[in-house]
Design a protein around this ligand. Structure first.
Ligand code: GAL
Length: 643
């Protein structure tokens, strides 16, 4: 497969006289794709029903004429001002009950029926007009669902929608009362209209009530997206993508992905390190201008799985892209350093090594106006090259001359489940318990061991071919995954906090986990503040979380006070706590020995990824590091054929 580069472009930000020159320069840089349109509603339809698409016709023509392929975005992330006058109650409402105002973006509520129809209408208009346009080679729905905390809306539309959704799911209020345990604190209902959204209660709302609202809200994103894909597919055969974000678990990406041809995500490594990852100050300083060496890879592997949600079985059937790649300083993190020279190239190659079809830089030219005027592009606001332009051109040349990156099943699987993320959000039990954080800590241990990983969805039905499987923090197991684990031929490490709840977030009796072949029961769970930990025999520690285990499964690791830390010696084993980074790595190393895998102990800046034919080595450190007798420059990439 041919891997390509692209860029995000906003023709509506620049005089029309500049478009042809921009397009020619994009082509000269070696770019293939240009994404446009996703925020341009006020220009596409300046007044309700008064369309002005002539400029968009000409922009697409100009870009296409230069030899570029267009990704056309639906503009629904930015409903124009007149839309709010037309539907004053379409605005999202925050948890405190405050209406979110017009004046930036993503101000709509997913449940609002009127806005959904507007979204259908503009999608249809664009699909009818451009569905057979030879230059429109892909579509993007909306922009970054969930960005700016916009999945949960406590609006009247959401309340009514939620009540209908509950009636369908539970059929009777009696059934709902039983499922939620509403006898507790006299919370029983006898009419759907009595059930409010779970905010502004005196103390915490009932957990299953909150979980139901999270499920409902996720379904609203799925439905909203499907309205657009249905319209587009009536008129176009081009693939449809959405650009997801990093570390967002507010909706089920696998379910949205089932309606899309391409999963893509927006990768801002330096912004994410500064803004949304828990790391020490020393670590932040070490990777300040490079980003977290495992965070991009984690999301690449996750979105490869999300891409596979539509395109059939197997982790590699799916298509996925990086739709937005950081090129220089961003504007939105608390602090915004510039990348080290070499990083705009390294990030792109890392995405290709994980299977990305396309890496598209955000954005072509830095805008001298509005909210993102301090956000770098490939060009400066005066159209001179910004530092990333030359690196993008270098990657484009390398893509021509290097062998293709072939996909292959990895030896290791990690299960990722959005519902579990919601469950532990609403019932963390310890303030810092977080599903993403737990899954990411397991992933980091695997990466330190030099292992390539496939992330798999919670309904995975077969683990064939995987030598090692990690399943931390899964609220419950789907029947498919339960049976896949029971039949697993490799080594599977389950837990902590896996299969210890029902679908309704209650405690199952018999207590979990209930997996045939694993004689372990969690009898009690403790959470620990950051100042405390559970020391393990022979070194290492659990932090944040520790479960007391009973059962016949032989104990292979213990705490210093002789409680089980890991139980099981066969294919299935249970991990009783949340290991700190070094301990997780030691555990992975021991599992690798049993699973017939080699664990490398890579230094923190050096990471590898194996494709079908090549081993890629990425040096996130600023200084050179040794690999296999070679010196890999700081912020450098190296690849070699696999033996
Ligand atoms: C993304 C978004 C873009 C732009 C970019 C800036 O989250 O999709 O529109 O805002 O961030 O880094």
């Amino acid at each position: 497969m041919k891997r390509t580069l692209g860029v995000c472009y906003y023709p509506e930000h620049w005089p029309e006289t500049q478009w042809a020159e921009d397009a020619a320069r994009m082509k000269d840089t070696g770019l293939t794709w240009v994404r446009i349109g996703e925020f341009a509603w006020s220009r596409m339809e300046p007044k309700p029903g008064r369309l002005d698409l002539g400029w968009l016709d000409r922009a697409i023509e100009t870009l296409g004429y230069a030899g570029l392929k267009v990704v056309l975005g639906t503009p629904t992330a930015t409903p124009p001002r007149w839309m709010v006058d037309r539907h004053p109650d379409m605005l999202a409402v925050d948890e405190q009950g405050r209406v979110r105002k017009f004046g930036s973006r993503r101000h709509y509520c997913f449940s609002h029926k009127g806005y959904r129809e507007e979204s259908r209408r503009i999608s249809r208009i664009l699909a009818e007009r451009y569905g057979r346009n030879p230059h429109v080679a892909a579509w993007q729905t909306d922009n970054e669902y969930a960005c700016h905390d916009t999945v949960l809306s406590y609006s009247t539309a959401a309340r009514h929608g939620f009540q209908d959704w509950l009636a369908q799911r539970y059929q009777s209020t009696d059934a709902l009362n039983r499922a939620w345990g509403n006898v507790f604190w006299s919370m029983e209902y006898d009419d759907w209209s009595q059930i409010d959204l779970p905010n502004l209660t005196v103390t915490e709302p009932n957990h299953p009530h909150q979980l139901a609202f999270r499920r409902y809200s996720s379904d609203m994103v799925v439905e909203f997206n499907r309205i657009q894909t249905d319209e587009i597919r009536k008129h176009s055969d081009a693939p449809i993508a959405h650009n997801y974000m990093g570390r967002v678990t507010d909706f089920d990406h696998f379910k949205v992905g089932a309606d899309l041809d391409i999963a893509s995500w927006d990768s801002y490594p330096i912004g994410f390190l500064s803004d949304r990852l828990e790391v020490t100050n020393d670590f932040k300083l070490r990777f300040l201008k490079q980003g977290h060496p495992d965070n991009q890879a984690f999301h690449h592997d996750l979105y490869r799985a999300v891409g596979a949600a539509r395109n059939g079985p197997g982790p590699h059937a799916g298509r996925w892209w990086v739709m937005e790649q950081q090129p220089g300083p961003v504007n939105w993190a608390p602090w915004n350093p510039a990348p080290l020279p070499g990083m705009a190239r390294l990030w792109a190659w890392e995405a290709f090594a994980h299977g990305a079809e396309c890496v598209s830089y955000f954005r072509w030219r830095q805008a001298p106006f509005a909210q993102e005027q301090m956000h770098a592009g490939l060009l400066r606001p005066d159209s001179q090259p910004a530092p990333a332009l030359a690196e993008a051109a270098q990657v484009a040349r390398e893509l021509q001359s290097q062998p293709d990156v072939s996909d292959v099943q990895s030896p290791v699987a990690l299960i990722f489940d959005y519902e579990s993320a919601w469950a532990w959000d609403v019932q963390p039990q310890g303030r810092d318990f977080d599903f993403f954080r737990l899954a990411f800590s397991a992933y980091r241990a695997l990466r330190r061991a030099g292992l390539s990983v496939d992330i798999l969805p919670p309904d995975t039905a077969s683990l064939a071919g995987y030598k090692l499987v990690m399943a931390p923090g899964l609220m419950t197991l789907s029947p498919a995954l339960r049976s896949a684990l029971e039949n697993c031929k490799g080594v599977a490490l389950i837990g902590p906090r896996t299969d210890t709840k029902t679908q309704e977030l209650s405690i199952p009796v018999p207590l979990g986990p209930n997996i045939a072949g694993l004689d372990v029961t969690v009898t009690l769970a403790e959470s620990l503040p950051p100042i405390a930990y559970v020391p393990l025999e022979a070194g290492g520690r659990f932090v944040s979380w520790f479960e007391h285990l009973e059962g016949e499964g032989p104990v292979t690791k213990r705490t210093t006070d002789r409680k089980p830390a890991i139980m099981g010696t066969g294919p299935l084993r249970y991990l009783a706590g949340w290991p700190d980074d070094d301990t997780y790595y030691q555990i992975v190393r021991d599992l690798c020995r049993d699973a017939g895998l080699t664990a490398l102990d890579l230094p923190d800046g050096l990471r590898i990824r194996d494709t079908g034919t090549h081993r890629f080595v990425f040096n996130y450190a600023s200084e050179p590091q040794q690999w296999n007798g070679k010196s890999i420059p700081g912020a450098g990439v190296h690849w070699e054929p696999l033996p």
